[in-house]
Design a protein around this ligand. Structure first.
Ligand code: GDP
Length: 451
């Protein structure tokens, strides 16, 4: 996510390290570097201009105080400015005062609307809502079926009275406006509290598309019209966003495909150019690859200051409290940490999503990007296989794992003996750490006995 921009900006700050004070020449050189980094990342020219002018003004006006050295000062200024172009404050969904809240999705074909409908439904469900998806994209072949599939995956019902087209040679039949209207009426009758209306996109902006989107908007009077934009489309993002802003007057932006290797800067310009906030980010094809967008957190992620808050939220959403309590009780009772516990912890971690994504949210990871990219997600599967090849007795009392048992386990799990040995070593470390924690000493190396 914005990796190259992040690398370039953090490299710029490195040049300022060790400087005792900031001269005008330092500021000029730094601002020039920032300008280049933003332009190379595809950030729109007017946005770059405004950004760099503001950074320069603040940097020259700022006093280097004892608390912040010049490098930190520039990071702080750039951070504030980035947060501003990303929309400032976090914008939450506006809910209807009575009756169902209607969220309409708009955007080009392939932007990721249908996929987003499932993610948004899943997320709203986890927040205690009762969402309904409405299939008003009758244009794109199989869009209705696809919505039913993502609805199934998310466990969210779909209103789809019309099958839509199944091939690009079919003429679309059925009235998407009527489907949307009936969908909202159905939601009202059946007490769904949020309705997500998927609409048709085209390959390019065209007037018929815009008119249809407007008709749907007028028929269902949505609280939110979310414009979904593929972060990979580069420079075109700004024009497309402007066309949709004029066409349907959307209320918020969703950046999709942020998991890709896109430079992403154009997508970053969208909020600034349209004056509409980015509300969500889509980061993969899975139903959980989705985040609420927080401008402050994203700015800090881009500047490699990490995004620990999002990390904690994901943990909270996916953590199995009952399991965690069981584990805590075990430690309180001074029971030994076993391979079964190890397995449970790994599965908990896996529920939070890919390790790569989790690592990417930790501070100071910009310099380790290659190692993170090289992280082999399947290694987790291999570890599981090794543990599953142990007998229950071996899992509970790993001390008995001698050479011949290890060889048998390696054979049974398709791993090498050295992989089994490595796992044993890691397990012993974890066991030691757990023991210390149970004795109330906290994680070694962490202050204040943090659990
Ligand atoms: P729509 O035409 O706007 O409804 O777009 P779709 O939801 O059908 O998405 C188009 C393609 O992009 C599909 O193959 C999706 O699986 C894929 N896609 C959607 N969102 C993401 C995302 O955040 N990351 C990635 N990698 N792919 C995505």
């Amino acid at each position: 996510m914005f990796n190259s921009l992040s690398d370039r900006l953090t490299a710029t700050f490195k040049n300022l390290r060790g400087k005792g004070k900031l001269t005008e020449a330092d500021v000029d050189a730094t601002v020039r570097e920032i300008r280049r980094a933003l332009l190379d990342a595809d950030v729109a020219v007017p946005v770059v201009r405004e950004f760099t002018a503001a950074v320069k003004e603040r940097a020259l006006g700022a006093e280097v105080n004892e608390a912040l050295n010049p490098a930190q000062l520039i990071v702080k200024i750039v951070n504030t400015q980035l947060q501003e172009i990303l929309g400032g404050e976090t914008r939450r969904i506006r809910m209807a005062k009575s009756g169902p809240t209607v969220i309409m999705l708009a955007g080009l074909q392939g932007a990721g609307k249908t996929t987003l409908a499932g993610k948004l439904g899943n997320w709203l469900k986890s927040q205690g809502h009762r969402p309904l998806l409405v299939a008003s994209d009758l244009q794109r072949p199989n869009a209705v079926t696809q919505l039913q599939v993502v609805g199934d995956r998310a466990g969210v019902p779909v209103w789809a009275p019309h099958p839509g087209t199944t091939s690009e040679f079919d003429d679309p039949t059925g009235d998407p406006v009527q489907v949307a209207r009936d969908g909202v009426a159905h939601a009202r009758a059946k007490l769904f509290d949020v309705v997500i209306v998927d609409t048709a996109g085209r390959l390019g902006v065209d007037q018929a598309l815009m008119a249809q989107a407007r008709d749907i908007r007028d028929a269902v009077d949505p609280q939110e019209v979310l414009f979904v934009i593929d972060a990979m489309i580069g420079q075109d993002a700004v024009q497309t966003a402007q066309a949709f802003n004029e066409g349907v007057d959307f209320t918020g932006v969703v950046l999709s495909k942020l998991d890709g290797d896109a430079r992403g800067g154009a997508a970053l310009s969208v909020a600034s150019v349209t004056g509409k906030p980015i509300m969500f980010a889509s980061t993969g094809e899975g139903v959980k690859d989705f985040e609420q967008f927080h401008p402050d957190r994203m700015a800090s992620r881009i500047l490699d200051m990490g995004d620990v808050l999002t990390l904690i939220e994901q943990a909270e959403q996916n953590w199995d409290r009952a399991e965690a309590q069981k584990m805590a009780q075990k430690f309180a009772d001074q029971e030994d940490f076993t391979f079964d516990d190890f397995l449970v912890q790994m599965q908990q971690l896996k529920k939070m999503g890919s390790m790569k994504k989790l690592l990417g949210m930790m501070p100071g990871m910009a310099g380790m990007r290659e190692q993170i990219e090289a992280f082999d997600e399947s290694s987790i599967g291999r570890i599981e296989a090794i543990i599953r090849s142990m007998t229950p007795h071996e899992r509970a009392a790993p001390k008995i794992l001698n050479g011949s048992r290890r060889a048998r386990i390696a054979k049974g799990s398709g791993a090498t003996v050295s992989e089994v040995n490595q796992l044993m070593e890691r397990f012993m470390q974890a066991q030691k750490m757990m023991k210390k924690m149970a004795q109330g000493k906290g994680i070694p190396g962490m202050p204040g006995g943090m659990p």
